[in-house]
Design a protein around this ligand. Structure first.
Ligand SMILES: C[S@@+](CC[C@H](N)C(=O)[O-])C[C@H]1O[C@@H](n2cnc3c(N)ncnc32)[C@H](O)[C@@H]1O
Length: 456
């Protein structure tokens, strides 16, 4: 069902972005890491020369500054400049929540950037208001730092849902710092279909907060809460952690089909990684490219065969040790002797090239992320919510800084709630629940949510 109105303009914006991304896919879909010569490399030698001339410091600055990158690339890709003007507003309340008792101790125990992120996210949640009679549910809570922070700033108790029992136990111990009994942990795998009835009951008329819920887990949230939650504040993350690929839009007129690599592009970016981690990652990539060069030389028939990314820990030692560890993983029969220094240097040279050519693809990172976030917002609007999309903090704090703030304006019907609760009743969700993949299960639930009977 396509609604007749689009008051926030999200559907229109999704379709505009979809057209722009589809028309420019030859720029952002090829991976220079795998494809040595994407089409645009052959067709725009001037751009290639400009990229090759960049110093390492310039590459780093452009990676950290999307507008500077769009400025550089815009001469050849005008669409990027247009997309750059299409930013998101900053959430109300950011940086305005007053500190509460316990904050100082938390600030010492929660890693610095995480603490700032959750404060910023929490402030955006508070600015939207918290209904005293709506239970607060924290989705994929980790140790429940956000939930704990919220118990200090709002009267409602918080239920924190998390798969990892160790994190639940540690979170429960930390919760004793806050109001007695204000935060409860529920150790559950939200993707487990047999847990759907219990989760649905928890989400009923609730205010759900989800900070950095990954791939299928945020889609599961929409599927379950779409018909029953009162409010949802969702900052989605790790879109590529999904069983449903390629990813298509809920909007039937949209054309993009995103592969796992495309989805990963939306969440790459090392802006917040520590310099030591960045150096380790560079070395891993350098060595991997050296290994690929070696494979091309000794086993040309296997050149196109992809392999899973190799652990950074293997690259801590020298290059030849890395190659010996990695050869069995990539199915390479190592010759007794090879030019270690030569292939290591080749890896370094290739990385130099790849880092520069990848800037083009990276220029589209935010646009793809926006497409994914818009798509989630449109799904929620179809399910009866009014949505706002905002940036809850600066990208230097976390590049995954977009929050969808959804407030129900049209009801889920009592009848449909019953359908979704009763997993043996033969509803679309119930019928699919036990037997099919979580992705199909989600689709069924979203489809069910779209059969809404209209405003209450
Ligand atoms: C990126 S962390 C975010 C944690 C927390 N919300 C925060 O921002 O600090 C994602 C969390 O989701 C949890 N998670 C992943 N898959 C899950 C699942 N299927 N069911 C429940 N929790 C899950 C992970 O264990 C992890 O703690």
């Amino acid at each position: 069902m396509t609604p007749t109105t689009d008051p926030a303009g999200h559907r229109e914006r999704l379709l505009r972005l979809d057209r722009a991304l589809a028309a420019t896919s030859h720029w952002w879909q090829p991976l220079p890491f795998r494809e040595q010569c994407p089409r645009w490399v052959r067709e725009t030698p001037e751009l290639v020369a400009a990229l090759r001339a960049l110093t390492p410091a310039q590459v780093e600055r452009l990676e950290a500054d999307p507008s500077a990158l769009a400025g550089l690339l815009g001469r050849w890709i005008p669409t990027l400049r247009e997309l750059q003007h299409d930013g998101w507003p900053v959430a109300d309340g950011v940086g305005q929540a007053a500190p509460r008792i316990g904050d100082n101790r938390d600030a010492r125990d929660v890693p610095g950037r995480k603490w700032q992120q959750l404060q910023a996210f929490g402030a955006a949640v508070l600015a939207g208001g918290i209904d005293a009679d709506a239970p607060l549910v924290e989705w994929c809570a980790g140790k429940g730092h956000l939930g704990r922070w919220l118990t200090g700033h709002a009267a409602s108790p918080v239920v924190s849902i998390e798969r990892d029992r160790r994190l639940c136990a540690e979170g429960a111990a930390l919760a004793t710092r806050g109001r007695a009994g204000a935060q409860r942990f529920v150790p559950v795998d939200v993707l487990d279909p047999t847990q759907a009835p219990a989760l649905s009951a928890l989400l009923d008329d609730a205010h759900v907060v989800a900070l950095h819920a990954c791939g299928d887990t945020h889609r599961r949230l929409l599927a379950l809460a779409g018909t029953r939650a009162r409010r949802i504040d969702l900052a989605p993350c790790c879109h590529h952690k999904s069983l449903e690929l390629p990813r298509t839009s809920v909007e039937p007129r949209a054309r993009l089909e995103l592969t796992r690599d495309d989805l990963r592009l939306a969440v790459t970016g090392t802006m917040t990684a520590a310099p030591r981690e960045r150096r380790a990652e560079r070395r891993r990539r350098e060595f991997t490219l050296g290994l690929i060069a070696l494979r091309e030389a000794v086993s040309p028939a296997t050149v196109a065969r992809p392999f899973r990314s190799l652990p950074a820990a293997w690259a801590r030692g020298p290059f030849d040790e890395f190659v010996r560890l990695a050869a069995p993983r990539i199915g390479l029969d190592l010759p007794a002797r090879f030019d270690v220094a030569g292939f290591e240097a080749e890896g370094r040279a290739r990385l130099h090239e790849v880092e520069r050519l990848s800037l083009v693809r990276h220029g589209f990172r935010r646009a793809i992320e926006s497409w994914l976030v818009l798509d989630l917002a449109v799904a929620l609007e179809d399910a009866g919510f009014e949505c706002r999309i905002e940036a809850f903090c600066a990208p230097s704090l976390t590049p995954r800084n977009l929050v969808i703030r959804a407030t129900r304006i049209a009801p889920s019907t009592a009848g449909r709630r019953q359908d979704m609760r009763d997993t043996r009743a033969g509803s679309p969700v119930a019928a699919a629940g036990d037997a099919v993949s979580p992705a199909a299960w989600d689709r069924a639930a979203i489809a069910a949510s779209r059969t809404s009977d209209g405003p209450r």
